[in-house]
Design a protein around this ligand. Structure first.
Ligand SMILES: [Zn+2]
Length: 241
């Protein structure tokens, strides 16, 4: 499926690391680096794909925690913010509107993960905890993992008070402005967590698209508050027809 090539946040000098996301004709945003895996289906839903994905998905009750749960152990209304699975029966999914959706695929073991990372989950290291859980449960090797960080609130729009900004000192040790109101780059914070967890920087793709700036494509809680919808990001084994 082809569509518009989108690259929001900028492409690294060598053209790697950030990569390219495509808005496919079904209105779903996909990362080239995950599309390359022929056994995998994934995507980040937008306002133009309200009914995507079709069919059942595995999901949890998202509570801004750093809890990771395995897909075959999910109960009704399970509270968690990341799902991992090895050939799960249905795609793993998270729902967001400003928080970051992160999808992870294991080239070697073919395990997958879906992560909901708002600022609380990011500070609690949910991305790294998800990688650790994949290693523990499925024997994944971090260097064989590919991660796509989807659209969320960008550095342009995510300004927080000092109680929150101070929480990011560990992730941004080079910054001296986190004692006060500051803008935070949540995608970069999660990229750093994934690199620390052992992923290769070349296998992490960031859409760089801001949900609050782009009202035509994305829902944004900060922009629309109670009127805001949610977008689904999902990942699983490709179903062959
Ligand atoms: Zn923005």
């Amino acid at each position: 499926m082809s569509g518009d090539a989108l690259s929001g946040g900028g492409v690294a000098e060598d053209g790697r690391g950030f990569g390219v996301f495509h808005l496919d004709t079904d209105g779903v945003l996909r990362a080239q680096g995950l599309k390359e895996l022929d056994w995998l289906e994934h995507g980040f839903g937008t306002r133009q794909s309200p009914a995507w994905p079709e069919g059942p998905v595995i999901r949890v009750r998202q509570v801004h925690s750093s809890r990771v749960v395995a897909a075959d152990q999910v109960r009704d209304a399970e509270e968690a913010d990341a799902l991992i699975g090895l050939d799960p029966a249905h795609p793993l999914s998270v729902r967001t509107a400003d928080c970051l959706p992160i999808l992870i695929a294991d080239e070697g073991r073919r395990a997958v993960a879906a992560v909901h990372a708002g600022w609380r989950g990011t500070v609690a290291g949910i991305a790294a905890k998800t990688v650790a859980a994949m290693v523990r449960h499925y024997g994944s090797r971090p260097e064989e993992l590919r991660a796509a960080i989807g659209p969320g609130i960008g550095l342009c729009c995510f300004e927080v008070g000092r109680e929150v900004s101070g929480e990011f000192r560990g992730l941004f040790p080079e910054r001296t402005d986190l004692e006060d109101r500051a803008r935070i780059d949540l995608a970069e914070a999660n990229r750093r967590l994934l690199v620390k967890a052992g992923l290769s920087a070349e296998k992490i793709w960031i859409s760089g698209l801001c949900t609050r700036c782009d009202g035509e494509r994305f829902h944004s809680w900060r922009r629309d508050r109670e009127a805001s919808g949610r977008m689904t990001a999902a990942i699983g084994r490709r179903v062959r027809n």
